[in-house]
Write a new protein. Structure first.
Length: 318
């Protein structure tokens, strides 16, 4: 089968380890099934894998990708939940991994996944839209409704307007009636955020017109101080990543004096993916897709992702 593989690891030049070509077909495994991929979405996790974060060199070559929609062995249209539960070792709790960390990922014509990881794809969603849900949109859904769960009519800040998680947060938070502020260095991305339903979009680091109840931050070091200083007393910051670095000043004095909450969030459960899918069907919300490219043009897709050119998701189709 044709696949996109991490063949080498380079923190400074991640795309140098990217290879496209033939790989062995998935081998049958008890409890697992093969999905014929119809669409797969890129995530920053794929870039971090090429940098050697969450992917060890002794596991190379590894097919990249954690998001997919496709058709299972029985002909059902499905969405792949990319969180794999690993068998527990004696005396240890089960551990979790994402597809492309231990098991080959979704940037291929076919992918082997646990049967329990399949979620029915509603006919209302295209394969391209469905492929955007399992990581970025699921992460945003879990952050908004599972971790922060702000009261109706709350004010929220989304740091960074361009990524898939940010676009999902803007759309979902606006859908349920929150006042959404967004930051970005790009005037184009700020304008797109307003189109998605944001109340206001300001340049990165600029003071907001009011303090907010919740901040959603996937940027980390570059935005952390602004996030903390944008919160009302008793407010919460929910973090799901640190693309600019993970060692900011903690701002502990402000955290304890204003009784702020810091919440971590990673991905989401299969049940949350089912609920998210139904939410999209019932509300008409759809993932923002920046571009759709053939799998053979994966290098261009990775280049655009690394350069931060996209607004929303980049989708690859075999």
């Amino acid at each position: 089968m044709f696949a996109i593989t991490a063949a080498r690891i380079s923190f400074d030049d991640p795309l140098s380890g990217l290879e496209a070509g033939e790989r062995p077909d998935p081998e049958p495994r008890e409890g697992w099934t093969t999905v014929r991929v119809r669409a797969a979405a890129l995530n920053h996790h794929d870039l971090w894998s090429l940098r050697g974060v969450a992917l060890r060199e002794d596991r190379l070559p590894m097919v990249l990708g954690g998001d997919a929609s496709g058709v299972d062995e029985d002909g059902n249209e499905v969405i792949v939940h990319g969180v794999v539960t690993e068998p527990p070792r004696p005396g240890r709790s089960p551990r979790f991994s994402l597809l492309s960390e231990i098991h080959d990922g979704t940037l291929a014509e076919r992918v082997l996944v646990p049967r329990e990881n399949l979620v029915p794809k509603p006919p209302e969603l295209s394969f391209e839209e469905a492929a955007c849900l399992p990581t970025a949109w699921l992460t945003a859904y879990s952050m908004l409704f599972g971790k922060a769960d702000p009261l109706p009519g709350s004010t929220v800040l989304v740091q960074g307007a361009g990524g898939g998680v940010s676009a999902a947060l803007i759309a979902m938070a606006a859908q349920v009636g929150h006042r959404v502020y967004v930051t970005s260095r790009s005037a184009r991305k700020r304008a797109r955020a307003l189109e998605l339903g944001a109340h206001a979009a300001v340049p990165s680091g600029e003071r907001l017109p009011e303090r907010v109840d919740v901040v959603f931050d996937s940027v980390g070091q570059a935005t952390w101080k602004h996030s903390i200083h944008s919160l009302k007393p008793g407010g919460a910051i929910v973090t799901c990543g640190a693309t600019s670095g993970d060692a900011p000043s903690a701002e502990l004095t402000r955290v304890f004096f204003l009784q702020l909450r810091v919440l971590g969030s990673t991905m989401g459960t299969r049940d949350e993916l089912v609920a998210l899918t139904q939410m999209c069907v019932r509300t008409g919300l759809r993932p923002v897709i920046d571009r759709v490219l053939p799998l053979t043009e994966a290098r261009e897709a990775f280049r655009a992702l690394e350069a931060g050119e996209q607004f929303g998701k980049i989708v690859l189709v075999p």
